[in-house]
Structures are given as structure tokens and as C-alpha cells.
Write a protein that binds this ligand. Sequence first.
Ligand code: PA5
Length: 466
Amino acid sequence: MSEPLISYDPRNAFIPVHGISPDDLKSIAGALDDVRDEVLADAQLWADGVDVEPAKQPLDAGFHELPDRLLADYRSHGARSQVGRIKSAADRLSGAVDDVVILGIGGSYMGARAMFEACCRHYYNEVPETMRRGRPRIYFEGNNVDNDALLDLERLLQSRGDKWGLVVISKSGGTLETAAAFRILLRDLQASLGRDAAQLGNLVIPITGGSGKLFDLAQALGCQEVFEVPDGVGGRFSVLSAVGLLPAALMGLDVERLLAGAAAMNDHFRNTGPAENIVLQFVGVSHLMETLRGCDVRVLSTWGKRLEAVGLWYDQLLAESLGKQERGALPLTVVNTRDLHSRGQQHQQGKRDKFITNLIVERGTRDAEPIGTSELNQDGLNELAAKSLADVLGAAIEGTNQAYRDDGRPTADVRLPRLDEYTLGQLFQMLMLATAVEGRLIGINPYGQPGVEAYKKNMNAILRGT
Ligand code: PA5
């Protein structure tokens, strides 16, 4: 029996005046289908190494078939495959240390963070090792320039006297935020090893491009394993390469399931017509809400605590991919019900420039806890004693969307039957494909991020006095 796919339901976008109609969506079905063909052709052009027209450069379409290729390789070559090597490196490092610091920024960090928050238990770093199934505590650094935060991490690691290691991720190998944190923590790690300094190369796993400063450093350190960010896979499209898979394996997540979920989404994308294709529907509805109704703020409304970092990963994906040529919708992640008490007012009654897509997990991982009865009923909750927190969340989702609908504020839902590696793999791939599709639809190259270079150039010039 095939496993359920995540689903997309735009019915609450089909409302009068401020919404769109099913006919609007049908009117662009042909265009969406053509763009799907173009995205599939892009993946083929990339795989064939064909020179492409300047407007298509860079063509970082390597992310598309990556899950299928990695899975096929793993299934035929096992431990010798890329996934096999990732799993054994993660097992080896897990066995050697208590803590791992993952260094990286932007696309070299946000996917790992998203998986950590979505798939690992809350308070993961606080629970006993057995509850982490023997996996190390995970910390993230090199994703900002914050002296106090880095010092606090250094002190934490020193104070516990734990064994620790580093995973350093940078495709270019030259990103200053990550490089500076790496240098400082490497110095600490070396000092903590004392006479075992020769161990350094076993406790540092770099993930980087096939050449560059980090690559050279990795050679100089004699790192036991170095993983490559594949060519043709841009940072924000790299979560299902070693960039995300090694951190996931360190957290004890099932990387094969992540890839299988993504491969299932690829299959759906390739073989399903526009009317049922959730990637094309998601793009079509969001695009029409922007072009017909001026909703150029795209709110990803996540429900519950576990999807915030997934939302931030998507913020980066959309902003860096389509925020070019003075165009591109503004992504905004909210976490509800928390943000109903901060942004909710604006979403309910503010400017009609927002299109809200809910990200909903249908079934929690644990049994739902009832509110229960109490002799102290001053809060009046005995009336709700049999209701669980899951019931309260369900009512909040329904009530909020009804209130939006009553005021003519369109929404759509992405539903995950549960939140695990398989559904998250699907969601990552769905959103990456959607971003590529939308880029082609509106004539913006979704790959590359030339605008990010400006601040880097200035920062380096200021620091080096050039
Ligand atoms: O999506 C991207 O390409 C960027 O966000 C990069 O991931 C980010 O700038 C970090 O770059 P690097 O991996 O080269 O250190």
C-alpha cells in the first residue's frame, strides 16, 4: 500500500471579491503544465552538462533528481554509497563525542535546524543520552556574528568537560561568519584535546565544495571524512544533500525516509496533471493571489511549535530565489497559536496584502493529553475537561480560518498527515520544486543570489581596510 502524500487544499482561497475562483486557476493550468515541463527539462539539461543560455545561468537544477539518485545509489552500493558513508560518519562521530556543534549559515544551516526542531523531541539537548538514543547534543553556530553567544557556547562546552566535535558546512568555503566561528572553536577543540591533538581530524567533519578555503583546511587538518556539496545544488536547495543529511543522521533521524519522501514528491510532480498536482496548485494559487489580488506578502502560518524552523527555511528559499529584479513576494513565517496574540490582529483586519497558507500537522507524535478536571475550577476549565490540547489546537485552526473567511480573507492549507522524516522530505521537495516552478513562470532565475554578495564585499573591505 502506498503511503499518504501531504496534501494541498485551496478551497478557502476560492471566495468572492478578495479571493480567486477555480476558473482563474484553470485558466493558467496550461501555463503551469508548460513550466513543469521546463523545470523537468532544466534538470535534464543540468544532468547532461549542456551549456545553457545566459538568462538561465546559473542553472542549479541538481537538487531535483538528487533524492532519487542518492536512494538508488544507497540501495545498490550500501555502505560504499554517499548515504552509506554519511550514516557511518555520523555513527562514528556520535560514538566518539557527547556534543556536536554544527557550523553554517543560510542554506548551509537552515535545513538542519528545520529537521532538528521538526523531528527531534523538544528539549532534546536537555534529556538524558538514552532518550536521545545515544546521539550527541546538537548546537548551531557560525550562523551569525554574536560574540556573547559564541562565548557562552565555548564556556558551556568547557564547563561540562564533554567530548565534542564539529561539523562545518560551507559550499563556498569562504563565508566569514562560519569561517570565523570555525577558527575559534577549532582552537578550543585543539586545546581540549591536549596530548590527543592528533585526534583533531577525527572530530571535525567538513562539508564543502570540491575546492576552496575550507576544502584546503580540511586537507591540512587531515579530516577523516570530508563531504562534498554537489555541483549544481545551491545552498538553499541543498537540504537533501550531505548538507542536511549528515546533521540529520547525527540527530538519529532516518535519512533514507527523508529521501524516500522527497522521491515520492518528485514522482507526484512528474506524473500528476495540473488539477491534482500539489506543487502546481500551490504555485498557481499563490501566484494568482499576488497578481490578481495584490497579496504580495505570503504568510506561512505554522500550527504548533515544531514547524517554525521549517518556515524560516522556506522564508530563505523564497526570498533568495525570487527576490530579484525588484520583484518577488515577501515570505513571512508565523507560529500559531503564539502569533495570533501578536500578528493576528493585523492578519484579521489589516491591509489586504497577505495570502495565508496554513501548515498543519494532522496527527501529533504523542497521545493527546486531556485538560482534566480539578477541584480548583476558578478557571472554568472543568467544562472542557475531556478536551485535549490537540482538540484546542484543532478548534483554533478552524476558528481562525473561519474568521478569515467571514471577513473575505483567503487562505489555503498544506496538510501533513503526521510530522516525520517521510512527510518532511516531501515538504522540502514540494517547496523547492514550487520555487523553481514559480521562478520559471514569472521569468526570474530561481538559482543564484547575486544580491547577497554586496554586503559581503563591503564587510570584507571594511575589515581589511581595502
Ligand atoms: O542559498 C544560498 O546559497 C546561501 O544562503 C548560502 O547557503 C549561504 O550564503 C552560505 O554560503 P556558504 O555555504 O558558501 O557558506
